[in-house]
Design a protein around this ligand. Structure first.
Ligand code: FAD
Length: 287
């Protein structure tokens, strides 16, 4: 099913993000995780493409194929400009097509020293336009940034650039994670005023371990509201309480977003089925 159709049928679309294991030997474990996540009946599960710069291991296509064909869950396969070109992108789309996958999240990709720039696609919108032209049966999705993308001079400039994604055929946007819902509401306001009409899923990541804090914040550039920093300083040396407080924080954030009218909520569950289940338990009555 095309994911864009889900937004026409449901008040709030619930999705989870996963990343393929770096070692092929860990694919069976990953399959168990996905089986557990499938019990939460997510509307779709998105599968990253070498996020954080990793390559090798199990491919995005393999994980997407497993979701679609073994679990009957709609996959959203990420694809990136970095390290790709027209030929590689066409081959990837063929592979996805053969696996029955029709939803792609077109991204520029994280810049890492090991990844060459693409000779054909500078921005996600170039890749989206390529998919639209070459495989119009694919449903195209793209990313957005409630606090602005770090490379943009201003949030307004970043929001204006989203119009390129919309014009290139994107049907839905998924947001970068954030910890303060005010950023999301403000962003949505700016986006609608700029002419963005696409449904937007709000990205939320439960922080349940101390080790996640620095890495997550560095990668996402998300700002930390005082409620969040208070929680961290209070529980940073008490793993059990931090776990519980991290789940509660996400549940509170998500309940407010769903009640506040978000088109969708996207859970960055970091391949942790127990975390996904605990958060889902706290919001299932609203979905
Ligand atoms: P772009 O849309 O190209 O935006 C990058 C910058 O260029 C922004 O400042 C933007 O305002 C500007 N811009 C955009 N379009 C234009 C235009 N046409 N003309 C001029 N300026 C423009 N990375 C991975 O490597 N793998 C993944 O699987 C992955 N999944 C992600 C999923 C989500 C939901 C999100 C939010 C991010 C993900 N990322 C992933 C990270 C992402 O690739 C990086 O954030 C990257 O820096 C930007 O990607 P983008 O698609 O938004 O790029």
């Amino acid at each position: 099913m095309l994911i864009s159709q889900m937004f026409k049928r449901k008040r709030c679309v619930f999705s989870i993000e996963c990343f393929p294991p770096k070692q092929t030997a860990n694919f069976d474990k990953m399959k168990d995780t996905l089986r557990e996540m499938s019990r939460l009946s997510p509307d779709f599960i998105s599968v990253t493409y070498g996020a954080g710069g990793s390559t090798g291991g199990v491919s995005t296509v393999e994980v997407s194929r497993f979701l679609k064909n073994e679990l009957n869950i709609e996959p959203l396969a990420h694809m990136i400009c970095m390290g790709s070109d027209r030929q590689k992108a066409a081959a990837l789309l063929e592979e996805l097509n053969a696996a029955g996958v029709r939803n792609v999240l077109t991204l520029r990709g994280d810049r890492t020293p090991s990844r060459p720039e693409s000779p054909d696609f500078v921005h996600a919108s170039d890749l989206a336009a390529f998919v639209w032209r070459n495989q119009p049966e694919f449903d195209i999705h793209a990313a957005c940034y409630p606090e602005g993308h770090p490379e943009s001079a201003s949030q307004q400039e970043d929001v204006n650039n989203l119009l390129y994604k919309q014009q290139a055929g994107a049907s839905h946007l998924i947001s970068q994670l954030f910890f303060d819902n005010m950023h999301f509401y403000r962003f949505l306001n700016l986006a609608r005023r700029a002419g963005i009409t696409l449904p937007v899923s709000a990205g939320v990541m439960p922080i349940v371990r101390r080790s996640q804090i620095e890495r997550t914040v560095a990668l996402s550039s998300a700002s930390l509201p005082s409620d969040f920093t208070r929680m961290i300083s209070r529980y940073q040396d008490d793993p059990e309480s931090l776990y519980k407080a991290g789940i509660d924080y996400s549940v509170k954030q998500l309940r407010d977003l769903i009640e506040g009218g978000a088109d969708g909520v996207h859970l960055y569950a970091m391949n942790d089925a127990a975390v996904a289940a605990a958060v889902y338990d706290g919001i299932r009555d609203l979905l």
